[in-house]
Design a protein around this ligand. Structure first.
Ligand code: ISE
Length: 335
């Protein structure tokens, strides 16, 4: 592909709206060509100033000759089918996580992409574009902590308008940390055990705080703390302990203020602020990879494995015991 990529964005809520904005203002080799949202006014507000076309049907947008590639940022349950349509049209897509909400759909996507023999899907597991996470990975790669032995992640969320169930927290939120553990340890999750706690025993399906512990196939161990409402803002970080040292993501980017007998530092309210730079880098890297047909970044296989671990975690909550994570053989496309 040459020239400027014509990008279609499906879903223009918080995340899709940010992607559309970044495509428009931060990516020189791409332009916003089409927008679809169930809220037609919202779609028009974003499309109008960009000179983009508005679609009322996602599948029509994917099929359109006006669109070279697609960003899928609609509700989680729609991701799988829309990603499938992109594969059938031979179009690259940046699919927001989770790749799908059920494992059969995620497996079908991996199988179809492997059959096509082309990596067309990139999944929005974007921690690997966050400068703080990247700095941790680089320190590990330089050998500064020796052999990585343990991953610890914390993922403290702001409140949602509709409080998510524990399973939704795993599938929508903790998939990021499951990905970070695999990426930073360069290893696969072999077993997962999740326990949680709630202040509202009548909603035991909405644990306030979950503690995920994992065994990695190569012998390392991992833990993730994830909640549905921190009560103070948004905070994500990782720490890796190695045989010769430790590396931790730097604290917040905000200044530390000493005033009136206090030391304070503000916390970002949400992921759009905390990961603003990462989202720009993600779409920049994706559009270059699409233009050069040289895919990089988290694959459908990563989407499948993180979903498998998240859903196995949901089973562990129900059974109260550690559960093995099934891992089929890796298709050669993802070698
Ligand atoms: C949200 O959809 C994201 O992708 C954020 O990165 C994550 O931290 C948050 O928990 C999700 O709900």
């Amino acid at each position: 592909m040459t020239g400027q990529l014509r990008v279609g964005v499906i879903g223009t809520g918080g995340m899709g709206g940010r992607h559309a904005h970044n495509i428009r203002y931060q990516v020189a080799n791409a332009r916003l060509a089409a927008v679809m949202d169930v809220d037609a006014d919202r779609a028009a507000d974003i499309a109008g100033p960009a000179g983009a076309d508005v679609f009322t049907d996602s599948l029509e947008l994917i099929a359109s000759d006006l669109v070279d590639c697609v960003i899928i940022a609609s509700p989680d349950a729609t991701h799988g089918d829309l990603a499938f349509a992109c594969l059938e049209h031979g179009k690259h897509a940046l699919v927001e996580k989770p790749l799908a909400t059920d494992l059969d759909t995620a497996a079908a996507l991996v199988e179809r992409e492997a059959q096509l023999g082309r990596r067309l899907l990139q999944v929005g597991l974007m921690r690997r574009y966050d400068p703080q996470h990247v700095a941790v990975k680089e320190a590990i790669d330089r050998g500064e902590i020796g052999r990585p032995l343990m991953f610890r992640g914390w993922h403290r969320n702001p409140p949602e308008a509709t409080p998510p169930t524990s399973k939704e927290v795993l599938v929508n939120s903790a998939v990021h940390d499951l990905y970070s553990a695999r990426w930073l340890l360069e290893d696969e999750i072999s077993e997962i055990y999740v326990r949680g706690t709630t202040i509202n025993p009548e909603r035991s399906d909405q644990l306030d705080l979950q503690l995920i512990t994992m065994a990695m196939a190569g012998g390392a161990i991992a833990s993730i703390e994830v909640n549905k409402d921190s009560g103070f803002g948004y905070e994500v970080g990782v720490e890796i302990s190695g045989s010769h040292g430790m590396v931790t993501t730097a604290p917040h980017d905000t200044p530390v203020v000493r005033q009136d007998g206090h030391i304070r530092q503000s916390v970002e309210p949400d992921w759009l602020e905390r990961f603003a730079v990462a989202y720009v880098r993600e779409v920049q890297a994706w559009s270059t990879a699409v233009l050069e047909d040289r895919p990089e970044g988290p694959t459908a296989w990563d989407g499948y494995l993180t979903l498998a671990a998240a859903l196995t975690g949901a089973t562990s909550i129900q059974t109260g015991v550690p559960v093995k994570v099934d891992r089929p053989a890796r298709p050669t496309l993802y070698a």
